[in-house]
Design a binder for this molecule. Sequence first.
Ligand SMILES: C[S@@+](CC[C@H](N)C(=O)[O-])C[C@H]1O[C@@H](n2cnc3c(N)ncnc32)[C@H](O)[C@@H]1O
Length: 190
Amino acid sequence: MLKVAAEKILAHPEAATRAQLVEADMTNFDLGRRFSLVMITARSFQHVVTPKEQRTTLSCVRRHMAAGDHLVLDLFDPSFEVLFGQSAKAPPTRTAHDPKSGQRIRRSRVSIEVDPMRQTVRETLLFEAIDERGDVVATENTSWTLRWSLRQEIAYLLELTGFEVVGEFSDFSRSPPAYAREQLWIARAV
Ligand SMILES: C[S@@+](CC[C@H](N)C(=O)[O-])C[C@H]1O[C@@H](n2cnc3c(N)ncnc32)[C@H](O)[C@@H]1O
């Protein structure tokens, strides 16, 4: 991901003077400075799969902020139908166009393992590169484990780690909180 980001920055020279990429563990880092805005986007926080590490991550972020600075945190709101129930069937495959190769990239879920005790879901995904003739020319399997959290858990976690919630939405259009959509949190360091 950092390599992709570095390439994108090259395409925006005005950003190059301001952007600094650092490879580090979000559960334990020290960048030696403070930030008025911290964003943990695209559900990245859910890659932190233990309560202890969730707490150290947010405490670490808090140490890089002054009172009044803001944190934006994005997670999916767990759908119990998807995790445990009726619609535990595979989600639709997703395809995207790869501008570099011109190929279509198809993503499909191979398996899902839900651990209610650890509040984790492990997905194994298949990525296929499809050429203009429709032939699969490359495949790659990958998997990730994500931790799901209920809304109140995140509210308590933010409070516990030195934040107050100033906004809570279910999408990026500021829609009110809703079940099984996004959990988009805006928090202020106190
Ligand atoms: C869903 S991707 C989002 C990437 C990027 N933030 C974006 O918006 O496109 C989650 C990223 O978090 C990274 N990640 C997972 N655990 C991490 C950790 N403990 N510290 C830092 N990064 C981590 C993964 O490698 C992956 O690149």
